[in-house]
Design a protein around this ligand. Structure first.
Ligand code: ATP
Length: 361
């Protein structure tokens, strides 16, 4: 196998539950060592994909190739894949060491090798001190780490993680996200992570696959999805954005020129540009809007009045009324000092064409 060969190849995967189409014609490659996140709202088919990869569910159509081998019909124990569940599924009557050893025993490993591998993984995940404790004697974060240790112990080629941080409180969650990402880097394991939390996906992933109604909406790096969303769905699902609905005026190179609230705007063109006069929506992130006393030299500039400010600590969220009748609202993030200095006088808001993505609906 060369480095270019994907570790996982998903080919034309569909899954129907009676009338419900959970997954529709999913085709996707995952490279060895990638941290891939499936992100989407409830019911979009994330868990179904994960369960098919794990062998817990049979697809209606399509194939799963793992390490060059078609494993579509193989049961979970015949695949070199392991899983971390949201509730960790630790055995409460077993110690941490016994929980970790369990999967290795199932694999038929000898006693001495089990001890060596368990010690190795406990030391790697800094669990040495907890070997003889029971799960109930651990914090949420520690339990999560034990579940990860147990799943990594048999050295699976692919690790499936189904909302594994869902049970942690917000503060611990941030810390465990960093930890999990660092473990993935250090082990060079391929992680297939499922979440509905866009912030979590942005923080941890090398690549995010946004799912909507059983189909891939967009597949890219966190930066690509955030700054170059391909559709309104992705623009709204990932981060906060301003959606500007106007009409196409024409194109200039790779830019779309559009009319919006009596102003002409320019933004990056989507894959398909509708004809002149057709309705179109553009997305510009809150932090890309700049405040100016005079009309700025940016490709896009509108005049408006700040109607509300919210202090958020390191920055301020501003609402600006703009447009012909002053009834269109833009939302912007600025640093707290800039926010405080803006008063009731009219202000100019400017942004570059490269910072606005014109969307395919
Ligand atoms: P969540 O974030 O809520 O877990 P999800 O994106 O993981 O959602 P899936 O669990 O993959 O979504 O479900 C996709 C669709 O398939 C949903 O409409 C769900 O109701 C349906 N579905 C999943 N499992 C079954 C099943 N065993 N029987 C019938 N319908 C199912």
């Amino acid at each position: 196998m060369t480095d270019q060969t994907p570790l996982v190849r998903i080919e034309g995967l569909s899954k129907h539950f009676g009338e419900t189409v959970a997954l529709q014609d999913l085709t996707l490659d995952i490279a060895q060592g990638e941290f891939v996140t499936f992100l989407g709202p409830s019911g979009c088919g994330k868990s179904t994909t994960l369960r098919i990869l794990g062998g817990f569910e049979r697809p209606t159509k399509g194939r799963v190739i793992l390490d060059g081998e078609d494993v579509t019909g193989q049961p979970p124990e015949r695949r070199n894949v392991n899983m971390v569940f949201q509730d960790y599924a630790l055995f409460p009557h077993m110690t941490v060491a016994q929980n970790i050893a369990f999967g290795l025993e199932l694999k038929g490993m000898g006693k001495a090798d089990i001890k060596r591998r368990s010690d190795e993984i406990m030391s790697f995940l800094e669990l040495d001190a907890f070997g003889s404790r029971y799960p109930l004697q651990l914090s949420g974060g520690q339990r999560q780490r034990v579940a990860l240790a147990r799943a990594l112990a048999p050295d699976p080629a692919l690790l499936l993680l189904d909302e594994p941080l869902g049970a942690l409180d917000a503060k611990l969650r941030g810390q465990v996200q960093q930890e999990l990402k660092s473990i993935q880097r250090r082990t060079h394991k391929t992680f297939f992570f499922v979440t509905h939390d866009q912030e979590e996906a942005l923080t941890m992933s090398d690549r995010i696959v946004v799912m909507n109604k059983g189909r891939v909406e967009q597949d890219g790096t966190p930066e690509e999805l955030y700054f170059r969303p391909a559709s309104r769905f992705v623009a709204e699902f990932i981060g906060e954005t301003n959606l500007l609905s106007g009409h196409v005026r024409g194109t200039e190179g790779d830019k779309v020129v559009m009319d919006w609230e009596g102003t002409t705007l320019k933004g990056k063109a989507p894959a398909r540009v509708p004809g002149e006069g057709q309705p179109i929506t553009a997305s510009v992130r809150l932090e890309k809007l700049g405040f100016h006393a005079e009309r700025p030299q940016t490709a896009n500039a509108v005049q408006g009045r700040v109607v509300s400010k919210t202090f958020l600590g390191s920055r301020m969220s501003m609402q600006i009324a703009v447009g012909d009748k002053g009834d269109a609202l833009l939302k912007a993030y600025v640093d707290a000092e800039t926010g405080q200095s803006v008063g009731n006088d009219p202000v100019w808001i400017g942004w570059e064409a490269d910072n606005m993505a014109v969307l395919n609906d």
